[in-house]
Design a protein around this ligand. Sequence first.
Ligand SMILES: [Zn+2]
Ligand SMILES: [Zn+2]
Length: 88
Amino acid sequence: MALIHCAECGQVISDKAKACQACGAPVTITKYKLPTCPKCGSPDLVAEKTKPSTLVALATGGVNLAAHAGSKNIKHSCKTCGHTWRTN
Ligand SMILES: [Zn+2]
Ligand SMILES: [Zn+2]
């Protein structure tokens, strides 16, 4: 069980409650939304941050554009169907 704050009055309430005990506002859980596989819709995913290829950029003498572009890439792989994809 987690405690959240009522969006209306700020009262600390349980995320299991359907409405705020103080003001009666319905509890809308705005916690992080789990990503799902775009192929099969399964939420059973593995996410890993992919490191920018700084070493490659240095080795080739290139400017680190690739490193900057890839700094926030997250690689997801679906445990259900094996589909892999990236998000920025
Ligand atoms: Zn409230
Ligand atoms: Zn899948």
